[in-house]
Design a binder for this molecule. Sequence first.
Ligand code: NAG
Ligand code: NAG
Length: 497
Amino acid sequence: MPHPQSTTARLSSIIRRCAGASALRPGEQAHSRVIVLGLVPHSTLETDLLLLYARCSRFPLARLVFDKMTHRPLHAWNIILSAYTQVSLFHPALSCLHSLLDSGLRPDHFTLPSLLKASAGLGLRLTGAALHAWAVRLALVPHLFVSASLIDMYLKCGYLLDARELFDEIPERDRVVWNAMITGLVRAGLFGEALGLFRMSQWESFDMDWMSVPSVLSACSSSGDLRRGKEVHGRAIRCLVCHSDVAIGNSLIEMYSKCGFLDASFEVFARMSYRNLVTWSVVISSYGIHGFGKEALMLFEEMRTTGLEPNSIVFTSVLLSCSHAGLVNDGRAVFESITQGYGLVPSIEHYACMVDLLGRNGSIEEALELIQTMRIEPTASIWGALLAASSLQGNVEVGELAATKLFAMEPRNSSNYVALCRIYERARNWDAVAEMRRKMRELGVAKIPGCSWIEVKGKTLCFYQAEASLSKPVSSKMLQVLSGLLNQSQLESFDKG
Ligand SMILES: *[C@@H]1O[C@H](CO)[C@@H](O)[C@H](O)[C@H]1NC(C)=O
Ligand SMILES: *[C@@H]1O[C@H](CO)[C@@H](O)[C@H](O)[C@H]1NC(C)=O
């Protein structure tokens, strides 16, 4: 009979190793041993199990372990918080803060990034700012991981100046901080700023972070800035990363293609020593969107000869290419091969491409049949594609059917009413046109529904034209926690504790 202490230590190390390798099965076996041997409650073992389930994305199990814990160390809170934010459960993550404080703990530099991610995810800048104030009080800002999260939070909430100010104050920025700032600027559409900062990072940071190169290149693509894109490409070549780094190669292909330089795009592709599914998908789309459907199909063939199995995203690129070039028969064959050849289930995007392709070819009935045989519930995008096709072909009957579905799914979207109205106009059915106009007036569907955002006591409310608010203030509960957080006496009790 081994000493119980050593059994606990042995199981703990097994579970930790399983967590590190995301090995669920052996981890669960170890969990059974823990239960059989009656080793719980034991906060270390339970924290290990929590980590195991979080790493294996078994969120309900992680939650179960966490809820049963009688003593929760800060490490356990950090694991559950990070698990919550990973699956975008931002509200529950922020509510944890309450209980965490109640149990007498204070957040550390691992807790704050999760909380900041949650506030950023909900767009709660006030909460984020309160956490910032707190990070300052607890002297956590010097942790670059915390500063990067703060920058990210401000950027996601649209407070670019606060982010920049914080960024400028950091004496020694690391790659995570640079990347947070550059990526955030790209996301905010400030391409020029992002590129300027990227240049600066070249001078300042010895340890250049190639993580931000793809997002910088995407900035060049979006702004059609070929000159800057080439500059980044040049730097990448000098640092010998673009032929070996697949993410950089992929974004270079996309950048050149979006700037209209298909040849340069193909050249990058041809020189890449390693290509993944994204590479193929990007190169196929870049030919497809320029109307070179046959070339896109040839690339698809070439990809298949390399032995790579196409995934859903590659199929979307191929079908989009067929749709752009009007290659109906090829499109049908590719669509068929998704199920017949590869045993995949066609996605909504695949169906939408097919409906678009068939519809533009005048095969409205076939498009409708395809929708009726869908194994998944057709979304608004599918009916929208059918409505657009009906409008193009002047098919009143199918247009009415698609529009009726859309009116039920998104009653406030004016585009659908306008599209059906156009179909009636083309058919010279003036009675129906008048009826549609009346309906739109009655429903108050303007061409662009007006909407204003106002802040009332820190809560953001959204009002639609002369209507009651549609969205409830999401943050009321959070604000209670917040006011507690900002409460000076509480802060001071923490400083003492
Ligand atoms: C539909 O596709 C077929 C086959 O590619 C083609 O012959 C026909 O002209 C197309 N029809 C329309 C209306 O584009
Ligand atoms: C409204 O409909 C149009 C056309 O179908 C679509 O492109 C758009 O995304 C829809 N907008 C919303 C807010 O659903």
